[in-house]
Unconditional design. Structure first.
Length: 260
């Protein structure tokens, strides 16, 4: 578990790949003004948190509570990225008194259904890894060009972020299992969430992973939820433009603190 910075606590939950290290630029940017608690998902081999496969998706909800207990905090802004948005929203609905704010960044919605290509990956994750990797470059090329117009900046980002991915590898099998766990989970009624909500997306044309329209469905779930678009980004704005991502959360957290 990572506990960095000081100030209003933010619990930052990673996406489908499950590794906090992939979010390092956002963690560092947020920790300049806030206390950031983050972790790899509990079914990752490097995670110190317990995981019972029989508990499926429940493991992740329990992990958020356990991370807050270890950090000795009762309440925090709960922020979920991509798949982590499902976890963040579920925790906030189940424990509304513990969430001072809810941030959902390029998040999957419980109503999401995989398309044909995604279903093939879920059915045979190991066999389709080469196709997944081959398509990854195409999914991020346009976003990188928009977020980092200078070739040198793109090259540096690719080398540094690539090293993070290599040093903190994910598992296609675990990623597929996480989707299955979510699809089989009975999610709580989001109307139980009492905290202010911030929905963060990139530009629709640049997010080739989770369509912005899927994330925007949360706007119908939370009265008064705000939607912020991080310009010149798609799905990966928290790492391609971490300062802009942290700035959006900073404004939200300050407003939540003032209204409280």
């Amino acid at each position: 578990m990572v506990d960095s910075g000081a100030g209003t606590p933010i619990v930052l939950i990673p996406g489908l790949q499950g590794r906090w290290e992939w979010m390092r630029p956002a963690v560092d940017a947020l920790a300049r003004h806030h206390r950031v608690i983050t972790f790899s998902l509990c079914d990752e081999r490097s995670s110190p948190f317990p995981c019972d496969p029989e508990q499926a998706f429940e493991n992740y909800v329990s992990q958020v509570a356990l991370a807050m207990q270890r950090a000795r905090i009762e309440r925090a802004v709960i922020a979920g990225v991509s798949y982590g948005g499902l976890i963040a929203a579920e925790f906030a609905a189940r424990y509304p008194e513990r969430a001072t704010g809810l941030v959902l960044a390029s998040a999957l919605h419980a109503s999401w259904q995989p398309n044909e290509a995604q279903q093939r990956y879920l059915d045979a994750p190991m066999l389709t890894v080469p196709l997944f990797i081959a398509g990854a470059a195409g999914r991020v090329r346009a976003e990188l060009a928009a977020a980092l117009p200078a070739f040198g900046d793109r090259l540096r980002f690719t080398v540094v972020q690539g090293a993070r991915v290599v040093l903190a590898p994910t598992s296609p099998m675990r990623m597929a299992r996480r989707i299955t766990w979510a699809k089989n989970h009975q999610f709580a009624d989001l109307h139980q969430v009492k905290a202010p909500a911030l929905i963060v997306t990139g530009e629709p044309a640049l997010d080739r992973v989770v369509p912005v329209d899927v994330t925007r469905r949360y706007l119908d779930d939370f009265a008064g939820a705000r939607h912020v678009v991080i310009k010149r980004t798609g799905h990966n704005g928290l790492v391609t433009r971490p300062e802009a991502f942290a700035g959006a959360l900073e404004r939200f957290v300050n407003d939540v603190r003032i209204s409280a």
